[in-house]
Design a protein around this ligand. Structure first.
Ligand code: IPM
Ligand code: MN
Length: 352
């Protein structure tokens, strides 16, 4: 029997409750589809930091590298200054494990409410491929004359040919394999960011020439925001840099029903990838059994697809769609009509 070793980082706030349901569903999928999953839970997050004074212990990244995948809950603790855990855990793992793709599907399931008037599941079904290791997130820049009236703060967007090209190649390949319209839209800002997006645009067309079956489309990021609301049906796969990808995937999440369902994968195609709900740790709902675990469950489904368990992944998505269509009243915490664990149970029982 094929078997996978999964590192689980439940993290902070509602993370552990969401992850528990994700793991429950993954275990059911493993049983139902005949493969093994060995979970190892790691304590990293806000409490661990407050107790030990370190965000990740020495050797943690090297240790994580040995797993087939990482299943993450949420990072963010009310008593820890913003930035410490985000940079020290989430971004550090993305960078050091070279998870250079952040894959974020935007898919409205039947039965789920979208704030977009007159739009339904046929209209909202695309995927964002976000570059995940460079751009404004690279940490390049600094202060001059800090704390004086003449202070200067510079934050530079770092775009390497290698980083841009591997992201674009992933997006073209992804579009070829999974795209419904075989159309790849580059989301940029070529009219203002005339260095960074010049590189992106040139590389897009150079690499794109190797993919004659994929239609190439370009739009500025501001226009993309408009069209994601007005005509989301025109998108198939969108590829973009780290910062724009961060922003447009929150917009994507809300049009697919909100943070209760939005999931993503931080992918290193040749290394250890990490799957997570894309919302935060929602500490005010923690411990009440009211948070929606579907985002974590969907992240689990993405992890199965990544591991090669395609049938199990499809079954997870089907089960989630079924309970969205027939059971769950709202995706909002506390308004689902079911508790967190009941939602997990309903998905899990459909996989056995
Ligand atoms: C996300 C989050 C992170 C990001 C934060 C928590 C650092 O917003 O995964 O989209 O900006 O990438
Ligand atoms: Mn974000």
């Amino acid at each position: 029997m094929k078997s996978y070793n999964i590192a689980v980082i439940p993290g902070d706030g509602s993370g552990p409750e969401m992850v528990a349901e994700g793991v429950k569903v993954l275990q059911a999928a493993a049983k139902g589809f005949g493969f093994g999953l060995n979970f190892t839970t790691l304590p990293y997050g806000g409490d661990y930091y407050l107790q030990t004074g370190e965000v990740l212990p020495e050797g943690a990244v090297a240790e994580l590298q040995k797993y087939d995948a990482i299943f993450l809950g949420a990072i963010g603790h009310p008593e820890v200054k913003p930035g410490i855990l985000e940079k020290g855990i989430l971004l550090r793992l993305r960078f050091e494990l070279d998870q250079y793709i952040n894959l974020r599907p935007v898919k409205l399931f039947p039965g789920v409410d979208t704030p977009l008037k007159d739009k339904g599941p046929d209209d909202i079904d695309f995927v964002v491929v976000r570059e995940n290791t460079e751009g404004l997130y690279a940490g390049s820049g600094g202060f001059l004359r800090k704390g004086t009236p003449f202070e200067v703060a510079v934050q530079e967007s770092v775009n390497t040919r290698l980083g841009v090209e591997r992201c674009l190649r992933y997006a073209f390949d992804y579009c070829r394999e999974y795209g419904k319209k075989k159309k790849l839209t580059l989301c940029g800002k070529t009219n203002v960011l005339t260095y960074a997006f010049d590189l992106w645009e040139r590389t897009f067309h150079e690499v794109g020439a190797e993919y004659p079956d994929i239609e190439r489309d370009y739009a500025h990021v501001d226009a993309i925001c408009m069209w994601m609301v007005k005509n989301p049906e025109q998108f198939d796969v969108i590829v973009t840099d780290n910062m724009f990808g961060d922003i447009i995937t929150d917009l994507g999440a809300i049009i697919q029903g909100g943070m209760g369902i939005a999931a993503g994968g931080n992918i290193n195609p040749r290394g250890t990838s990490m799957f997570e709900p894309i919302g935060g740790s929602a500490p005010r709902y923690a411990g009440q059994n009211v948070i929606n675990p579907l985002a974590s469950i969907c992240a689990g489904g993405m992890m199965l697809a990544h591991l090669g368990e395609k049938a199990a992944a499809a079954a997870v998505e089907k089960a989630v769609m079924e309970i969205c269509a027939t059971k769950i009243q709202s995706l909002a915490a506390g308004r689902m009509g079911y508790s967190t664990s009941e939602v997990g149970d309903m998905v899990a029982e459909r996989l056995l």
